[in-house]
Design a protein around this ligand. Structure first.
Ligand code: 48F
Length: 257
């Protein structure tokens, strides 16, 4: 058995991380947020051969899907989105009345594994705190370690380039907020973030797909962020719309890349 040298362990980590950082400093698509919408779109874009980087500010990917409904680890999906769970081997139960259920832990782990298997890369504990804008078009993101943001340290960030940036940050729609603050107009009815409305699953699930769009040149908004930006309702622990939003975004982006 090889002897374990603690310093070599350090070197191996830093060598690989810096090689990967160099490779991924400029990619086709950066996805901010590793919730169900971001993970689904990441898989589909990577399967189509695009260089995809997901940046997640928490340690664990999965966003709001882990907790199912009020931590009962079960989610509901509609038949129209079942193919996006089937595609990654997530088992569903026909719950009757036109609903399917799935185990939320199985959903997160398999959506994530499938995105990685398809070739997408995910870096955790990194916050997207700003974007780069050149000639009224977003050309990349500005990142920092999430721990630095949480500690409130004054540390300058780094930048990563991308042909397309996706705001998949959920309710907070953080990328759109920063664009609104710094660049002005978004492609919404008022030109600004319209703000999320109260729970109404039937409307929210439909509009989350309709609202999936390019909201500023080079930036797509998907998942719950799409409804938050466009002034549509939240929908609670029904997740079909998140998956379908990810699928729609992947199709739109593949048409232009
Ligand atoms: O919230 P989240 O799961 O977004 P989603 O994919 O799905 C929404 C549902 O979970 C649920 C719902 C369904 O009924 O309404 O809320 O649209 O995942 C968003 C992820 O983005 C991360 C955050 O930690 C979460 O994992 N995130 C948020 N802001 C940033 C970020 C940021 N600035 N940089 C990187 N990651």
């Amino acid at each position: 058995m090889t002897e374990i040298d603690d310093v070599l362990v350090t070197r191996k980590i830093v060598e690989r991380y810096s090689r990967e950082f160099q490779e991924l400093a400029d990619v086709d698509v950066i996805i901010a947020g590793a919730g169900p919408a971001g993970l689904t779109t990441a898989r589909l874009l990577a399967e189509a051969g695009k260089k995809v980087l997901i940046l997640e500010k928490k340690l664990a990917p999965g966003g709001g899907m882990w907790g199912g409904g009020m931590t009962f680890p079960i989610v509901v999906i509609q038949p129209a989105s079942k193919h996006l769970l089937d595609a990654v081997g997530i088992r569903t139960e026909d719950a009757g009345d036109g609903y399917y259920t799935a185990d939320s832990i199985e959903c997160v782990t398999k959506l994530c594994a499938a995105a990685l298997d398809a070739g997408a890369k995910l870096w955790n504990a990194i916050s997207v705190e700003d974007v780069m804008i050149r000639e009224n078009r977003v050309t990349g993101v500005v990142i920092n370690w999430a721990a630095i943001t949480v500690a409130g340290l004054h540390v300058d960030p780094l930048t990563l380039g991308a042909k397309v940036v996706i705001d998949a940050t959920g309710h907070d729609s953080e990328i759109c907020h920063v664009i609104q603050r710094k660049a002005g107009k978004l492609d919404t009815p008022s030109g600004e973030i319209e703000g999320e409305k109260s729970m109404w699953a039937e409307i929210g699930e439909r509009t989350v797909v309709e609202n999936t769009r390019e909201v500023y040149p080079g930036v797509y908004v998907i998942g719950m962020a799409a409804n938050a930006v466009m002034g549509a309702p939240r929908m609670g622990p029904i997740f079909g719309g998140m998956l379908l939003s990810g699928e729609k975004a992947a199709k739109m982006i593949l048409e232009r890349l």
